[in-house]
Write a protein that binds this ligand. Structure first.
Ligand SMILES: Cc1cc2nc3c(=O)[nH]c(=O)nc-3n(C[C@H](O)[C@H](O)[C@H](O)COP(=O)(O)OP(=O)(O)OC[C@H]3O[C@@H](n4cnc5c(N)ncnc54)[C@H](O)[C@@H]3O)c2cc1C
Length: 395
């Protein structure tokens, strides 16, 4: 029976980042277990958008720290082969007159107060950045130049390779079946390939985090929620890599869009999705009615897209908590168990900083940012991290 300094369950962007940082902070024997493959959980389904815009100020700090890693990814990993696929195109967000206006204003000011470059644009300035859209109804437009999108699968595999180079052992195809606890203290895991011992276990299981409740009895308030992503192609209006990611707080679905392949538009709704009865990241159906409904919203903002066609589509599953923000840190009542789940559709942009702080917490080091706001206990004390744009807006 092998013993480790730490065991990580799950090798998505979060688990791979945790594993890398554990090794970087000096842990000698680290084991990562994934029942599938590195990045093949929900990370591969990500739209990959990176921004620091959040109406929940705690998230701005994590996103800011993460952005500085994404912009210097291979140097940060000390691995010249590492790549994040970053396209630095900026992030444009607009709201019409109405209930989203004042939350947007205060979120943009909050970013500025934290030293992030944020510009307030007029409609013509916005059009010069995103000429395929109109902004006639926009009462407030914010622009964040230091933003863009990247590839979550590349990031997960790059973190994993860098971790391996530092001596981390990653085993794919190994299902963790049980957490072993002795006298209130974690002592290992039972898996499809035997038992592994450790007094420190970090669970980064995303929608499958409900295993923790089954193993320990500690409530895991996370629900799997399926979302659809469409890639649209329009002969008259190409969404190029130079054009910013766009968030449309004025559309019924609070759409987000970005370039896909330098020509097509990737688009998805930023509202509540379809709740699944069990955690499952298999592809779901996307009805033609849904495509038509989202297409109509797109055409409202991007007139040439009236004639756009559907190039491809897929579904992905979010691990949604009641306030749409993650649970990070230790769980009450069990020593040695640390969790990072409930990213509710916005975990990729936080993954470098979250991996660092979870590794620091696991090793008993001071954490870069306080984990207190992200504690599980907030769901019983009522100190929630609910965003100001409503549930589903991942902001
Ligand atoms: C459609 C969609 C769009 C998104 N868009 C964005 C975006 O634009 N920007 C952004 O920041 N975020 C976005 N996200 C969210 C982001 O992609 C996720 O938060 C992030 O990838 C989650 O990473 P993870 O490591 O927590 O989960 P996962 O990648 O799901 O990894 C969890 C791993 O745990 C393993 N596992 C679970 N249980 C066990 C067990 N018992 N034994 C062994 N292994 C186990 C699984 O096999 C899996 O590989 C999006 C997500 C989706 C679905």
């Amino acid at each position: 029976m092998e013993s480790y300094d730490a065991i990580v369950i799950g090798a998505g962007v979060i688990g791979s980042s945790v594993a890398y940082h554990l090794a970087r902070f000096g842990a000698k024997k680290v084991l990562v277990l994934d029942r599938s493959q590195i990045g093949a959980g929900t990370s591969t389904q990500s739209s990959g958008i990176l921004r620091t815009h959040y109406s929940v100020i705690e998230n701005v700090e994590l996103a800011k720290r993460s952005w500085s890693v994404f912009t210097d990814f291979s140097a940060y990993l000390e691995d010249e082969d590492a790549a994040s696929g970053l396209v630095k195109c900026g992030y444009l967000i607009c709201a019409p007159d109405g209930p989203k206006l004042s939350p947007l204003q205060s979120a943009l000011e909050g970013q500025r107060a934290m030293g992030i470059e944020v510009q307030f644009l007029g409609q013509e300035e916005a059009r010069s950045l995103l000429p395929i859209a109109h902004f006639d109804d926009a009462a407030l437009i914010g622009y964040e130049p230091e933003a863009g999108f990247a590839d979550a699968y590349l990031v997960a595999t790059s973190f994993a390779r860098a971790a391996r180079r530092l001596g981390v052992k990653i085993m794919e195809g190994v299902n963790v079946e049980k957490l072993l606890v002795d006298n209130g203290r974690v002592c290992g895991v039972e898996t499809s390939q035997g038992t592994f011992r450790s007094n420190t276990v970090i669970s980064t299981q995303n929608i499958w985090a409900t295993d923790i409740e089954r193993w320990t009895g500690i409530p895991t308030p996370v629900v799997p929620e399926r979302h659809a992503v469409l890639a649209l192609e329009c002969a008259e209006a190409h969404y190029t890599f130079k054009m910013p990611v766009f968030k449309d707080l004025g559309s019924p679905g609070m759409l987000y869009c970005r370039s896909y392949g330098g020509n097509q538009m990737l688009v998805s709704e930023g509202i509540v999705g379809e709740t699944l009865a069990v955690p499952d990241n298999e592809q779901g159906d996307i009805s033609m009615d849904y495509v038509v409904e989202v297409g109509a919203q797109v055409a409202e903002r991007f007139p040439a897209y009236e004639t756009a066609g559907l190039a491809s589509s897929w579904t992905g599953v979010y691990d949604v908590t009641p306030d749409w923000n993650p649970v990070l840190g230790r769980l009450p009542g069990i020593q040695g168990l640390i969790v990072g789940y409930g990213f509710s559709g916005h975990g990729f942009k936080l993954s470098p900083a979250v991996g660092r702080v979870l590794a620091q917490e696991a090793l008993g080091l001071p954490t870069d940012v306080s984990l207190a706001p992200y504690a599980l206990e907030r769901f019983s004390t009522g100190q929630l991290l609910t965003g100001k744009y409503g549930l589903g807006a991942v902001s």
